[in-house]
Structure formats: C-alpha cells, structure tokens
Design a protein around this ligand. Structure first.
Ligand SMILES: [Fe+2]
Length: 393
C-alpha cells in the first residue's frame, strides 16, 4: 500500500489510507448508477489495494445503492436476512436496546456457510448512534503471514466446515423455535472450504477462518480442531492488522470478503438505534487455494426458458443442447429448494422447474437456480423468477 504522503494514482477520487494494514477513505466521488466505467475500474483497483473502502456523505437512496452494486458485480437477493420492500437484494440490519447486536459481533467473512460465499459487500449507514457501534476489519492475508511457515504449510492441507449453527443456534432458539432453526439450517446447510485460500485477482494467500462461522476442521479430531480454531480465530484480534471505522449517517463501506473479516462492536450505544442496509455481491468461484482451477460460475450463460413459452416441451432455444423433457418437479419453491439444498442429485439431463418463490427466499432461489444450472442444461422458471434472475445477471 502507499503512504498518505504519496501522490494518489487515481484520477476519479482522492483517498486517505486508514491504517497500515488495510482500509482507505475515498472522497470526491458519489456512488450511484451513473459512475463511468473508468471510475468503476479505478474503484475496483483501490479495493484490491486497500481491501475495504469507506465513503462519507453519500446522498443515496435504495435505487442508487442497487444501481452502484450492479456496476461492480452481480447482487444476490436476500436469503438469510429478509429483504426490504421492493428491493429483494437489500437487507436491513437494525439493532436497538432490545435486540442488541447479535449476529455480527464475532469476526466473519459474510455468508461463508454458502457454497459460493459473498464476494463483496456494500453497507450503507442509515441511523447511526452519536457514539459507538463501529466496525472493525482485519487483513486476513496479514493474519496468514503472521503464522510460522510450518504452520502455514500444515493449514494449506486442511479444510473447514462453515456453519450457521456454530453461533446462531442460541439466538434462533431464543427468538423462535427449534423448528424454525431446523428450517433455517435446511435452507442454509453448512459448506466446507479450504483453510487457506488464494485471492483470484491478486494471487495472495489468506486465512479463511472466522470465529462466527468456522465450526470444525474436517481432517482433525474435535479436540485438535477446537484448539487450533480457537488459536487461529484469536489471531484476528491483532490491532496492528486491522482498521476501525466510525459510522456516520450516509457513510458507505465496500469490502472484499475474500481477504478480510469484520465484526461490529457492541459497546453500549443504546438507547440509540444502529440501522444499516447491505447488498451482497455474488462470487463466480468457490473459495480455493487454487482459484485458477475452479470452475467459474457464468451468470450470463444460464439458459433460461419461461414456463409460459414452454408448455412442458424441451427447450428449442438455439444453442441449447438439452434433448430431455423437463423433470416433472412441478412443486412449490420450498420443496424444490429444500430438495436441491439437501443435495439430491438430479440426472444431468433433467431440468428443474420452479413455479413460485415467496419473497423472502428469492436470494436462496437464485442460488439454487445457479447451482442447478451447473448440472443441467435448462432451467425452467416462470416470468416472475425470470425477472429476478435477469436482474441479477
Ligand atoms: Fe457481516
């Protein structure tokens, strides 16, 4: 990274580096859908350099937030946290003296329990306390580099499970029921990722472990796994490897989840309310030590056939290689999603038909559709879902 005294290389904005480890405050630019391609390219370069970018005084509404997110990638519709009205890709996190801060006070990569975790996040401050409620980010490349070489080598051969169950069990059981928790886990099953991953754009290695979501190291005994995970998670608490951001109304943070973790700080700012809205950007690859060998999810190549133009006949769309009837999975979305998420393997020739998606599950639906598309030639969906998927391509 450059020191603040060096001349910035960026033409479209100014920057002020926040710490020696990561983070820069960007000024002189307004985030919305009108940004030029050159400005977006420079912002992406700055994100690779600083890993998390902060913007203050952003006069944005939900449309601007969504339009900016679409300029930098493929937004994912909400799944685990419900979306706000009319904006399926925007989730709101609101903490008050009753709810307190619960889910994000432990370090985490956003959504690492997913098969394809969130690549980047764009978080916008709405209601901000006069003091407190900051967020800290940690440079996980430097956390990895802080380990000895023998330990680094050992970790490179290991994988770990990331699960909502690690820390959310108590919260869910307190606020709802065991059945609700079971349903949440059914829709968001754990996934296994390497303990060390390499950033596909910079080639740098980082530790892919978090205290919020990494539940166990697969190759070790439980005792060994607990000990090692505890040690690795504590390594994220090195202030020298972190930056801390004090929110204001209309502040925006945009970060890379592939080489950073973050946590909100619950320092008793109540009775004030801390309210923010987030958009998650989809990743094209799974986290990997060898991302160059990972298949890339192509959001633009999905062969989508609207139900009403199909009449249960095979697609005749040019370039579609499918010669099979769509599988007769004329079921409601939840059943389809649960079957898909539970790992039922359909034959490669089969297609999947999804007719309806209840609003709160649209993000999970998109993910299920893309997962299904990896194994099938054709995905058959109705008009409403077509709109959702096309908006995310
Ligand atoms: Fe988060």
């Amino acid at each position: 990274m450059k020191s603040a005294t060096q001349q910035p290389d960026y033409r479209h904005f100014d920057y002020q580096q926040l710490s020696g480890a990561l983070g820069a405050e960007i000024s002189g630019i307004q985030l919305n859908g009108d940004l030029s391609a050159a400005a977006v390219t420079e912002l992406n370069q700055a994100l690779l350099e600083f890993k998390v970018l902060f913007f203050r005084g952003q006069k944005m509404d939900n449309h601007d937030h969504a339009a900016f997110a679409q300029l930098i990638g493929t937004p994912v519709d909400a799944d685990f946290i419900p979306a706000i009205k009319d904006f399926p890709m925007i989730t709101r996190q609101q903490y008050d003296k009753y709810s307190r801060m619960t889910s994000d006070v432990n370090f985490h990569h956003d959504d690492s329990f997913h098969k394809y975790p969130t690549k980047m996040s764009v978080l916008r401050g709405l209601d901000i306390p006069d003091f407190g409620g900051d967020t800290t980010w940690v440079n996980m490349e430097q956390v990895y580099e802080s380990l000895s070489e023998p330990l680094q080598q050992m970790l490179e051969g290991l994988t770990a499970e990331h699960s909502l169950a690690k820390n959310f069990t108590g919260v869910m059981l307190e606020s709802s029921s065991g059945a609700a928790f079971d349903k949440m886990m059914e829709r968001n099953p754990p996934h296994i990722h390497p303990l060390v991953i390499r950033h596909p754009e910079t080639g740098k290695k980082s530790l892919y472990v978090s205290e919020l979501l990494t539940s166990r190291i697969i190759e070790l005994t439980k005792e060994e796994s607990d000990l090692l995970l505890n040690y690795l998670c504590q390594k994220a608490y090195q202030p020298e490897l972190a930056c801390r951001f004090s929110w204001q109304k209309n502040s925006v943070a945009w970060w890379d989840n592939r080489n950073t973790t973050h946590r909100g700080i619950d320092d008793d700012f109540f009775p004030a309310i801390r309210s923010m809205q987030r958009i998650a950007i989809a990743d094209e690859r799974r986290p990997s030590l060898h991302p160059e060998n990972e298949p890339v999810r192509d959001f633009s190549s999905l062969d989508i056939v609207p139900c009403n133009s199909l009449d249960d006949k095979p697609s005749t769309k040019p370039g579609n290689n499918s010669t099979s009837q769509p599988a007769n999975i004329d079921t409601d979305f939840l059943t389809t999603l649960n079957e898909t998420k539970a790992g039922i393997t359909f034959t490669p020739e089969a297609s999947i038909r999804i007719k309806t998606i209840p609003g709160p599950f649209r993000g999970a639906a998109l993910s299920a559709i893309l997962d299904a598309a990896e194994e099938r030639n054709t995905v058959v969906i109705d008009d409403e879902i077509l709109d959702i998927v096309q908006a995310n391509r």
